[in-house]
Design a protein. Sequence first.
Length: 420
Amino acid sequence: MDSSKRKEIVDKLVNGDMSLRDVESAAEPNDAVPILREAIEKLSKTSLKSIGSADMDYSTIKGKNAENVIGMVSMPLGVAGPLHVRGSMADNRVYVPMATTEGALIASVSRGAKAINMCGGATARVIKDGMTRGPVFKFLSVLEVEKFLSWLPKNMDAIKAAANATTRHGRLEGVEPYVMGNNVFLRFRYSTGDAMGMNMATVATEAACTAIEGSFKGATLVAVSGNMCSDKKQSLVNAIEGRGKTVVAEAVITSDTLQRVFGTSASAIQEVNLRKNWAGSARAGSTTQFNAHFANTVAAIFAAAGQDLAQVVESSSGYTWTEDRAGDLYISVTLTSLEIGTVGGGTGLPTQKECLSIMGLAGAGDPPGSNSLRLAEIISSTVLAGELNLLAALSTRELGKAHQKLGRAKPASAEQNSKS
């Protein structure tokens, strides 16, 4: 685009004669981004040099990842590990990319991984797998609801056919009804291969709901998402029934390893877990979060690997369990609703795709679905390493010291200035 045309659009944006969304139709993506950025610079009187420094083909983002794009946000990316993950998909050591601004987090996970490796690795298994969407229908009365509940299982083949016709990769596995008054919430559950599958489930569910309305005259769809899904919110239904992957990772850490790596014991860690994660969470009124810091590790991997960041809410729900086995420590983590994928969403962005490649998981797996299962095993095992280290650090009162050393260090120039 020539400079005069670019200036014209920038001036219109600054003067309020054009909206941000109109720029995408007035210019190609790789022209629209710097135009939008320049306008925001002028409007905010701020230099956006760093935001605009990414070498990126913005045509790959348009209509897929974001709107009104002005550049890219960068954040520190580290790797934790290596961590030996003994999963159903593979048994090997992996380096885990983690994007975070919290000093000490990656070091914490890495120290936990060291102890786990010394004891043979983490065993991980996905025990339930299915993405859900929960539309809500209204009826005139509970009598109509009763008729519908009788009609539903008899017509499940037609409902599945309508849903499955919308996708080559997803399959409707089942529908569970939940009733409240004259409202019926249908929790659709899908297999989605290597995709996280939220969009896939939504499109398929809309088709199924249309088929339901056409066949049962008393049913009126109010919303394709009635919060029984339950997406991007904590909920007991996700904790109990699962959403995405329900996955468990476990390890047995010997008493010798606990002493050598952490300077602590199984009994000390067991007491912290009992009084902090269980008694403390219960007293605070928690319903789905009986753990030390699942969200820390999940969020860092999500940011690095192109997952939906808002789904950290339910993806970090779960439980940390410990047992003192004659001085050795059994420790496990159960993530009830880990919503992840290796295709779709942000997984195709250049840096995120490279992060998935570090773990050998970029793109679709062979067989289909294997990469997302492996990612679940890696994430849960990494969460396990983080939980182990934090509980150990709390048992020896080292948490504050670690953050003082790795999370609050001053730049060298600042230290020199403070001394002078």
